[in-house]
Design a protein around this ligand. Sequence first.
Ligand code: DHB
Ligand code: MG
Length: 222
Amino acid sequence: MQLSETMTEMDAYLEASLLRDDPVLEQVAKRSQEAGLVPHAVTPLQAEFLAMLIRMTGAKRILEIGCLGGYSAIAMARAMSNDGYILTTEIDTRTAAIAQANIDASGFSERIDLRTGPAMEVLDHQVEAGAVFDFVFIDADKVNHRNYLEKALKLARPGTVIVADNIVRGGGVLNGDSEDNNIRGIREMLAYAKTLDGIEMTALQTVGAKGYDGMALFRVTA
Ligand code: DHB
Ligand code: MG
């Protein structure tokens, strides 16, 4: 068996072992796929990882940068307490319409605020408004990964946890000469991270149904 098949089968085995049936997220995945969205949503196991981080931190004000079909936003919304809310951004109007339909069907339309437009504009407005978030999930275009981290830090307080997706991309991020703007964006984020003070940081390389990738984890301390 190819390693990639093993990774995908292993994901299915872990899901079957550890996760309960989840008709809500299954429907979101199904509708997103039928609508032709790119298959870039987090996996069920990753969604539960985000959900557990939210339960562990007690995050109530959640910012998601990059909504896609709403899969991760809905997973995070279920993990937050009843007074929590999520602000999520989606640049593509057609994708946003699919996400909004998924959010409506999930029953979270009151607590997930989907803003359609370039994430940087949405984030600038949030900074101007003095917004503060407890938890940030960065998962939009990778070109702006560094800029999203910088904005997330402007919207953070000591204790805010930030997760950044897709920091490995099959190992492509190793290539400092890459002309792939996604790779460059991630490398810029990692170079920027290196300059930061008052923040704890680590990363996990991951394999699974979405191949070989990884997530960075940040916790603001000061
Ligand atoms: C891509 C984006 C993602 O957020 C992801 O999780 C996987 C791949 C992409 O744009 O290729
Ligand atoms: Mg991603």
